[in-house]
Write a protein that binds this ligand. Structure first.
Ligand SMILES: [Zn+2]
Length: 402
């Protein structure tokens, strides 16, 4: 009988533990550098709690795989040897795609989160899945041709305005696009020969906000985005995106704020997105002699008349809605994107005061309210993050493949 001796057994399991630890540390280091940008070895030592020689060895391994590179130390002014900087390699690229109702957009995002190239094509009508696929493939050719030689593409991330089955990349239901049960991820992967990850656009955006945007550093945050199609968003709780039992958590636009309010397409009335609503702003602007197209730019410009009254009303309802959500999620930061960011820019004091008055004290007292950053790059950066996921999770696996 071949019974392993206690010694050999212990050695083997100690070896696998070391291997697990090494993988975990490589993942931690690469993720830090990707999300923060260049960090000195000394900062990495401090952030990870690992010793200098371990950081040195991990860096060497990541650099030999082409994932990071070291550059000269920055003058820190502190005592001790200057510490070399560890930079994410922008030659490692994820492709990002956002098929939407009026356009397809494609971007190439480097490790570190910078959008390196992008291409967009407007469509005359809402694209069918096969039209969107065809356009996306053409735009990818265009975007790839703009990248430096020596670039390596790790995969593709897709942000879709609809419900997505994450494992298969199937778009289960995208009402605005009219897509139902479309295996878009699989079709794209077959056409490109690259791994493809598909996610819901609001979910993708909240991750980008938390990692690269105005929510950076907050382990608990709420993101609300307002667009012509309503209010979407998401919640990060304890550093993790809230997903829910079926993956649909974060429908923040369908929280009830006015029981006497307008009918919502979800079947109820007085939802946040029917009460704080771009179309209603447009209508009020026109009633004040302002073109609908200029409404958002003019939010702060008028102080009387139907438009100013509607801006005040929407600001108050938004504050009320935020206060409700603060009581549920107790976030450190609330980030407002799209026209909600503009509304906040125009009525900052009114909204802050309203949140403080309405929130269950003291939950509202220390909440940061911020406008979203990254502008129209937000979805591309977030979709790319889906594609970077497997690499960040296990950089040593990446080295084995390349
Ligand atoms: Zn609703």
């Amino acid at each position: 009988m071949n019974v392993p001796t206690p010694g050999s057994h212990l050695t083997a399991s100690a070896g696998s533990r070391n291997e697990q630890t090494r993988r975990h540390n490589l993942s931690t280091l690469l993720t830090l550098v990707h999300h923060h940008g260049a960090l000195s070895r000394a900062e990495l030592t401090k952030l990870t709690g690992l010793n200098r020689s371990t950081i040195g060895a991990l860096n060497t391994e990541l650099a030999s795989a082409g994932l990071v590179f070291e550059s000269a130390a920055q003058e820190s002014g502190t005592v001790g040897r200057p510490s070399p900087m560890v930079n994410p390699s922008a030659d490692i690229v994820a492709l990002a795609i956002n098929p939407d109702i009026d356009a397809i957009e494609v971007g190439a995002v480097g490790l570190g989160g910078e959008v390196l190239s992008r291409a967009r094509r407007a469509t005359a009508s809402v694209p069918t899945p096969s039209e969107a696929l065809e356009i996306a493939l053409e735009l990818i050719e265009d975007v790839r041709s703009q990248l430096a030689s020596g670039t390596t593409i790790v995969g593709v991330g897709v942000a879709v305005p609809g419900l997505v089955e994450a494992d298969s990349g199937t778009v289960t239901r995208a009402p605005h696009l009219g897509w139902e049960d479309v295996a878009w991820g699989e079709q794209l992967s077959d056409a490109l020969g690259l791994p493809v990850q598909v996610g819901n656009d609001a979910a993708v955006a909240v991750v980008a906000v938390a990692v690269f945007g105005a929510g950076q550093g907050a382990a608990n945050l709420m993101y609300l985005n307002g667009s012509a199609s309503g209010i979407g968003g998401g919640v990060i709780a304890g550093g993790t995106r809230l997903v829910g039992a079926n993956g649909f958590a974060g429908e923040l636009g369908h929280t009830l704020v006015n029981s006497e309010g307008d009918a919502c397409y979800c079947g109820r009335k007085g939802c946040l997105e029917t009460e704080v609503n771009l179309n209603r702003l447009h209508a009020a602007a026109e009633a004040s002699g302002i073109a609908a197209a200029d409404a958002v730019a003019q939010l702060a410009a008028t102080s009387s008349g139907p438009f100013a009254a509607e801006v005040d009303r929407e600001a108050d309802v938004l504050a009320h809605g935020i206060a409700n959500l603060i009581s549920v999620f107790n976030p450190e930061a609330v980030v407002l994107g799209g026209f909600l960011g503009d509304l906040y820019g125009a009525r900052q004091e009114r909204i802050r005061t309203g949140v403080l008055a309405d929130a269950f004290a003291p939950l509202g007292d220390n909440v940061r309210i911020e406008r979203a950053q990254l502008g129209d790059e937000l979805l591309l950066v977030g979709a790319a993050e889906l594609a970077f996921g497997p690499l960040l999770h296990d950089p040593s696996g990446w080295k084995a493949k390349s």
